[in-house]
Design a protein around this ligand. Structure first.
Ligand code: FES
Length: 578
């Protein structure tokens, strides 16, 4: 028996038996060349890996898994790597979000069904992070997240270019005729030039930061570049730490407290982070039973200045953020202003404040001081009104100040196909004061709630130099995108939310300061329109997973999780088979 093992772990129910079952569990594992004494009751650490060559952002994760294993062995544990479904934003159709809940189920059931005492979650591309955290949270085992890290800065003709963000710009320039297709092709090879995930403050970087702010990742988990040797060292250290967490029975619910979520929401505001974090944190909170609402996002983030000047809202990229001090420098700035629950626990055994109180800021342009923020009031604005009774969100730091209070005539697209055929119509009756409205792209309407909310502007307006317009939808927006874009309108059009009955020519009012989003129509008029409204046929009626998805997905204000996945089911195996 290993001398550091003070108690019997969960895996002993498999490997600790001196009978036929124990023989089966150990013997088959020994076909991998494991010595007999590794089944001596030491902690068994699952390394849950979203590695896949189809998820390019995570294609280097097997290297990190090997470093985690080193740490686990050193600390006296037994590391066992296992795969779960991987979702790569750049390839998966129709949208990776359709599969986030599926991956979370894969992770949850894999952890519970196997002899695992604690788990290291290897993640990177957007949905892989929330999916695995949701899965581990529903089992409530000790867990530690290691992110794959961002790519190095893109470099194009001497200019730093950011994943996605500059692609959207180049794409609009090609549409406007100011960039050649040949130059566009050259930029393609310059954008993604190392291992890692998108290196803007998009959803992947935001979620890696959320993991660190929640206390689930080690300090500098978020910003260390994927190819920096310190990323390998962090994975090694994570392997050591997870063994300690198992020995101390520090479960994920110990870390994922209400205070941790409040810290994460404020950090997101300071980062100008992705709107997708709203949905993912609501879903994670739902798994651990922490009450968290859409309004918490507005209330907690509203007074937090955006300090980090990263694309898509700002200028710099994740590599610059790391060299400037990374997330610990932001945590320190928030902590000094009383905007952090300092005593929140983290996976390295120290509080979040102990981890960050001495963190340096090496570059005041990348991580601005509090008296010179990028945006004085960052965060996520939660809008309500007769267009979104259950809320909609807008990211002020990505929006045009001149459009934050706006009235305009609605130009309506019934669904994404309608948008694609109509937006380029030279006869489309639209000008820059109009409000573009896109319906049926919510969780059910376009199963998976795709990132189409930042719909491109009509080409005829682009050619006139228009760069932003108010856009409203029940869709999401890529974390790499920007614009005055109202997202996640709840209830969505496909379930009969008021968005469903907005018509061309309706006047729409957006007032971000007052948190108002409304259409000029009386309650009676909206009710009259809704009385004759019929849902369009769901593309998910054909069966399979999309059918399960549309039947059980909740609205965005509930994190778009499945109704039957809410809550923690623990790690007990309901029934033993052998
Ligand atoms: Fe994977 Fe952006 S495509 S993080």
């Amino acid at each position: 028996m290993h001398d550091k093992t003070p108690r019997r772990f969960r895996s002993a129910a498999w490997f600790g038996k001196i009978d036929k079952d124990g023989f089966i569990h150990r013997s088959w594992m020994r076909n991998q060349g494991l010595p007999a004494d590794v089944f001596d009751g030491r902690p068994v650490i699952g390394i849950c890996n979203t590695w896949s060559e189809l998820t390019p952002c995570n294609a280097h994760l097997r290297t990190l898994a090997e470093r985690v294993k080193r740490g686990v062995w050193e600390a006296g544990g037994l590391p066992l790597e296992f795969p779960v479904t991987s979702t790569g934003e750049s390839n998966i159709r129709p949208t990776a979000m359709l599969y986030r809940n599926l991956v979370s189920m894969d992770a949850e059931e894999s952890i519970r069904a196997n002899p695992i005492d604690g788990v290291v979650l290897l993640v990177g591309c957007d949905k892989t992070t929330p999916a695995l955290v949701m899965g581990a949270a529903s089992c409530d085992v000790p867990a530690l997240v290691v992110s794959g890290g961002p790519m190095l800065n893109g470099k194009y003709r001497g200019e730093d270019i950011g994943s996605g963000t500059d692609l959207w710009r180049f794409s609009e320039e090609v549409r406007a005729g100011t960039m050649s297709v040949a130059d566009f092709g050259e930029a393609e090879g310059c954008m993604s030039r190392s291992a890692g995930h998108c290196m803007v403050m998009g959803t992947a970087s935001t979620m890696a930061s959320m993991v660190e702010a929640l206390g689930l990742g080690l300090p500098q988990n978020a910003a260390t570049p994927a190819v920096d040797s310190r990323r390998l060292a962090l994975a090694h250290e994570a392997g050591r730490r997870i063994v300690d967490l198992v020995r101390g029975d520090v479960r994920i619910s110990t870390v994922l407290t209400r205070a941790a979520f409040e810290n994460a929401i404020r950090v997101n505001a300071a980062l100008g982070g992705s709107t997708n974090a709203v949905i993912h944190l609501l879903a994670i909170a739902g798994r651990v039973g922490v009450p968290l609402t859409l309004d918490d996002w507005d209330r907690l983030g509203h007074d937090v200045p955006t300090l980090v000047d990263l694309k898509p809202s700002g200028q710099f990229l994740m590599e610059d953020f790391y060299y400037a001090g990374g997330l610990p420098a932001v945590l320190r700035a928030l902590g000094e202003q009383g905007l952090l629950h300092r005593d929140a626990a983290t996976v390295n055994g120290r509080t979040i404040w102990e981890n960050s109180r001495d963190a340096p800021n090496w570059n005041g342009e990348v991580i601005r001081p509090l008296d010179r923020p990028v945006v004085a009031h960052g965060g996520i604005a939660v809008l309500r009104g007769n267009l979104a009774p259950d809320g909609a969100v807008l990211k002020p730091s990505a929006a045009s100040p001149a459009l934050m209070r706006h009235r305009g005539r609605a130009v309506v697209f019934e669904n994404i196909e309608h948008y694609k055929t109509r937006v380029a119509d030279p006869d489309l009756d639209v000008d820059e004061r109009c409000v573009l409205v896109l319906k049926n792209c919510g969780p059910r309407g376009y199963p998976g709630m795709p990132e189409v909310g930042n719909m491109g502007l009509p080409p005829k307006l682009l050619r006139r130099g228009v760069t932003d317009m108010v856009r409203i939808s029940d869709a999401r927006m890529s974390g790499t995108a920007y614009g005055t874009v109202v997202l996640h309108a709840c209830p969505e059009a496909a379930v009969g939310g008021p968005l469903a009955v907005v018509r061309d020519g309706d006047m729409i009012e957006l007032d971000v300061d007052k948190r108002v989003l409304r259409v000029d129509a009386t309650e009676q008029e909206l009710a009259r329109r809704l009385a004759t409204w019929r849902p369009s046929e769901s593309p998910a009626g054909a069966g399979g997973y999309p059918q399960l998805y549309t039947r059980h997905v909740m609205q965005a204000d509930r994190g778009a999780d499945f109704d039957f996945l809410l809550g923690c089911r623990g790690h007990e195996v309901p029934r033993e088979s052998h």
